[in-house]
Design a binder for this molecule. Sequence first.
Ligand SMILES: [Zn+2]
Length: 276
Amino acid sequence: MLTYISNAGVMLSLNGKKILIDPLTTPDNQIYVDTEPGIRGALLQNAAPYNDVDVVLVSHHHRDHFHAESMLQLLKAQPGSQLVSTPEVVRRVLEAAEGEAAGGDWAGLNMNAGTPLSLDRLRVVDLATGEAAALEISGVKLQVFRTLHDGEDYAEVPNLMFVIECGMVVAHLGDSAPVPQNFAGAAFADAIARQPIDLLIANFPYIAIPAARKLVAEMLKPAALAVVHFPDPYKEAARWATVAKKSFARVQENYLPAVLLETLGECVALPLEEGI
Ligand SMILES: [Zn+2]
């Protein structure tokens, strides 16, 4: 089961595990939708069905993917959860914790005292662009790739692409730029040759830009596609929204079972069936 919860954020329920990806935005985004308030509340209070999450993945620290204070609250409310992210995301969560602890020293961090947050629940993935790492957390196998973030102005922003193996293989690109070098590394090629992607969760440019559609078809080769990070047509001048919707219809008709995730809270059964 796939539940759409925020801009690029989903909850995956696979093989009895709950996995969140980019679940909590910093409120008041300009063009992109925030985490649905009721879902944010449930995540931060460990309330069903958003309770007892096993793994929380955050692709990068941008506000439309991450909010440090909310993430800290989630980790405290859900003591079984583990966060996997970049050094910058983890640093900001620790900084939020430090703020709460009124001047506690997070560098020497003794977060076990009085709080369910301990350092071993924060998994820092510190990679150079193009590098990859493999992890296994709570029975969920992860391959993590640092990719180039989309947009020239953001080339230095560390961004992680996750390939999750838990009954099926799901890939989430974060804000990976739709350029061949992001998917051309030997580790990525090996990973998808060994276990092809059952579901790719990708930002709307991956369907709106012809060269990006080609990357999906020729390099990522998923069995199905879920499109996220769709601009809010009410906040945006509607150009991207219109282009992306037209391409979506074409993708769905021509080559892949696909779903456009727009309605927060919407649930989709996995695997996606042909002709959804
Ligand atoms: Zn970003």
